[in-house]
Structure formats: C-alpha cells, structure tokens
Design a protein around this ligand. Structure first.
Ligand SMILES: Nc1ncnc2c1ncn2[C@@H]1O[C@H](COP(=O)(O)OP(=O)(O)OP(=O)(O)O)[C@@H](O)[C@H]1O
Length: 449
C-alpha cells in the first residue's frame, strides 16, 4: 500500500503540524475517529464516535482501548474485540479500522482508529488485503460456518433441508467443532427465526439447577424460590432450544424432556399445572448416544426422539483443507479489530499449523490466531508467535497425523497455499512442504495447479 508520506506535497510538508492536525481533528469530528496513546488508552473520542457507539467521550477517555465496552457474542463467552457496542441497551455492530503510530525508536506509541457501522463498511476498501484466500473464505461461508470440504458441504445441505421442517436435530461433533453454530444456522433458516434461540449446556449445572433452568419453578418450590421463575422451555416458546452436551442430562430429567417432546407440555418444579409449549429442540453431544444407551446412561426412547435428523460434524483434523481457510478468516477478523495487520504466514508456521491435530477444533484454532495477535508484531505470522505447544517436540498424536498420507484434496490445497505464501517461488513452496522440487512439480502437474 502506498504510504501517505510518500506522496506528501511540498507545501503540506512545510505546514506547522500542530495547527494542521487540530484542524483535521475538527474536520473529522463527525466521523467515528478516535486516538489512543501508547498504553492504548483513549485520548480523543470524536462526536461521530459518540453518536455511533452511544458512548460519551467523558466515559471513554482515559480508559484502555475500548476493550471494556466489547460485549460477548450471544452464546459464545469469548470476547469479540471491538465488534459490538451497547447503546441505550441496544446492540450496535461496529467495525474498527486502525493505524499504528511508532516513535523514532520504532516502539508502539499509539494509534488512530475509525469506527464504521458494519453496513457502511466498504468490503476490502479500507482493510488491508491479506491473501486471496481471505477474500475467498467469505464466499465459502454458510451462516457463519466456513468450509470447503465436501463433508461439510453435505452438512450445509442437511442443515438447509432440516431447517424447512420441524424435526428434532441431534448434532454430533467434538468440542469446538461448530455444533452451536449449526444449531443457530438451523434456527436462522427456519420459520422460527424471529422467535428466541436459547441455549443451555446440560453438563454445566447440577441436576436440580438444570431442572429449574429448563422447566422453571413456582414460588416456594424449594428454599430460596421466593418467586415464580419461568424456565427456558417457556421462554423459548415459538423458537428453538439448543441443548448442548445432552448426553450429560441426568436420567430423571431425560424423562421430563421426553414428555415435553411427546406431549408438548411440562410441569414446572413444585407446580401442579402443566404448561403448553411450542419449542423446537436441537441437541448436541460429543459422545455416541448409542454407546450411552448401551451403558444404561441414556434412555433409548429419548435417543430416537432426539436423533430424527442426525448431523455429524467431522473434526478439524479430518478436514485439513479448512485449516488455512479458517486461519485466514480469523486473521481477517483480527486485522479489522486490532493494531496489527497480518498479511503473510511464514511457510514453516503454516506447515506447523497444517500438521497439528487440533484437539480443540475451530475454537482452538481461533485461540491460536488470537495468541499470535497478542504476542507478535509485524505483517508476517511467524513460528515464534505460535503457542508453546506448537514449538515443543511433537506429540505422538501429531506424529501420527504428520505421517498419515494427505488426501488428494488436502495435498492440492496445501500446494496452492504454499505457492501463495511463497509468492510463487517453487523452491521455498516445495521446501515448506518437505518436498523436493521435482516431486513438487510432478504433483502440480497431477493436480493441474
Ligand atoms: N466452520 C466454522 N467456521 C467459522 N467459525 C467456526 C466454525 N466452526 C466453529 N467456529 C467457531 O468456533 C468456535 C466454537 O464453535 P461452537 O461453539 O459452535 O462449537 P461447539 O461444537 O458447540 O463447542 P462445544 O461443544 O465446546 O460447546 C466459535 O467461536 C465458532 O464461531
């Protein structure tokens, strides 16, 4: 990108800088401009930023770089950085474009930022381009789920079809593989999309708390029940209830759940009257419910009621073409929200990422990108910016994956990626994949790359 200073006209270069700067600030007051100091504390917050975010300059100035105003994405308890703000109790989606300032020693000395309503942000106009893959990644999304593997395209098709029905869906997949995103996609595509989508993790609460959270309780049902409490089934009326880790549901609550599914009504804890509800259930588990039934921990009749439409999400290690797609997707998100812009991934770092087994799936991958943004600087993501476990000697599991042959699709995706990263230089692309130049050429010919 051409730097502004490169084309600074002579007459401008000779202007006294301070008055010029103050005039510019005044001129931009209607835009969402803000400035932070070297500690990332806000030192200037324009009127435009006030209007867009609903946050007054007096409340923001002196505080660390907006972080404390970021709110969590519904259903996900990780911070989304600067993507959403609360205004008068409303949620406003904002994007941030930032430029870093360095002092004469090259140390970070602050930054300028511009807030834009998401709808007004011109796609790619202000954001630095990362790689063509980053742009491509946005095209391969399905309601927030990105993938280019055939197995996931089949999942998208099932989601689409299931959303048009009222069938109960059971999503199976490892932790962090995207089960909740699937549930949200089904809700978002269904006729229930304007009613609530509520989620609960059945493994996170004790049996009695879960009972009261799901079905509610009446006043006096137990010590501390000082007033009636409506449960999730009641609050999700007309919408969708996502039951995560459903295999962990205690047997006594499995009976209650079966009743709601069959009878479409339930009795709150301590109550004597049943309440009718219309709720679609999407359940998820990382376990095999069949195995749980065999072990006597899960009711067989409930299993059949839940898995009317089963959806299986393959773990990330089995869809390795998605690794680089997701890495660039998260980098792009962070480029827009941070003071660092990553434009390249060092080939060795990319190889390490592609070889990793990703036990925590997409969530872990997102964390790794977040880590790199937190610890690293500069336009290239390097091996030294990967979390410690990536730099330690390989685990047995990683060895197995490394030694396992890549599928044709994985191999051709890796070759494309390596070429992209090396700017078309064959030697370094081949080297990054541990191939000789001859093998690399032969494979390119086979795959038509
Ligand atoms: N295919 C995908 N494309 C983009 N982001 C994804 C994808 N899959 C998962 N994610 C992201 O990864 C994180 C974990 O996803 P999600 O919470 O849906 O997983 P989960 O399987 O429900 O996890 P858990 O079982 O631990 O609750 C979320 O931030 C989600 O947005």
């Amino acid at each position: 990108m051409k730097q502004f200073s490169e084309s600074l006209p002579d007459w401008l270069a000779h202007q006294p800088l301070q008055p010029l700067f103050l005039k510019l600030l005044g001129l931009c007051d209607g835009t969402g401009l803000y400035i932070v100091d070297r500690d990332q504390r806000v030192v200037h917050w324009s009127q435009g930023a006030e209007q867009l975010s609903g946050l007054k300059a007096a409340d923001v100035t002196g505080h660390p770089c907006l972080q404390e105003y970021a709110i969590t994405e519904a259903g996900d308890h990780k911070k989304q950085r600067i993507q959403s703000f609360k205004t008068d109790g409303r949620r406003v989606e904002l994007r941030k474009i930032a430029r870093v300032l360095y002092d004469r020693q090259g140390a970070f000395s602050g930054g300028l930022g511009l807030l834009l309503p998401v709808s007004e942000q011109p796609e790619n106009a202000a954001l630095p381009k990362t790689s063509s893959e980053a742009e491509e990644s946005e095209k391969q999304g399905f309601h927030g789920l990105l993938s280019r593997t055939p197995a996931m395209q089949a999942v998208f098709q099932i989601i689409q079809n299931a959303a048009e029905t009222e069938a109960t869906v059971l999503v199976r997949g490892e932790s962090g593989s995207g089960k909740e995103l699937v549930a949200k996609a089904i809700h978002g595509l269904s006729a229930r999309r304007n009613a609530p989508f509520l989620a609960i993790n059945c493994a996170a609460l004790s049996s009695s708390l879960l009972d009261s959270e799901l079905f509610g309780h009446v006043r006096g049902a137990f010590t501390g029940a000082v007033k009636d409490h409506s449960g999730l089934f009641q609050r999700a009326h007309g919408g969708t209830l996502f039951l995560d880790e459903v295999a962990e549901l205690p047997l006594e609550l499995q009976a209650k759940l079966l009743r709601v599914i069959q009878e479409r009504n339930f009795i709150p804890v301590g109550g004597d009257r049943s309440i009718d509800v219309d709720v679609r259930i999407v359940a998820a588990t990382h376990r095999s419910l069949r195995e749980e039934v065999k072990m006597g921990r899960f009711r067989e009749d409930l299993m059949y009621r839940l898995r009317v439409v089963p959806i299986f999400i393959p773990p990330l290690r089995e869809r390795r073409e998605d690794i680089s797609l997701l890495i660039w997707h998260f980098i792009r998100q962070h480029n827009a929200a941070n003071f660092r812009t990553i434009e390249k991934i060092d080939p060795q770092a990319m190889k390490t990422l592609l070889d990793y087994t990703w036990p925590g799936n997409v969530r872990e991958l997102h964390n790794v990108v977040e880590y790199a943004f937190a610890v690293g600087r500069g336009a290239t993501l390097r091996c030294s910016e990967l979390p410690p476990e990536f730099r330690e000697p390989r685990t047995a599991a990683a060895q197995v994956t490394q030694n396992s042959p890549l599928s044709e699709a994985e191999e051709s995706a890796a070759i494309r990626q390596a070429l992209e990263q090396s700017n078309g230089k064959v030697s370094s692309a081949a080297g990054s994949l541990g191939m000789s130049r001859a093998t690399f050429w032969r494979k390119r010919k086979v795959y038509g790359i």
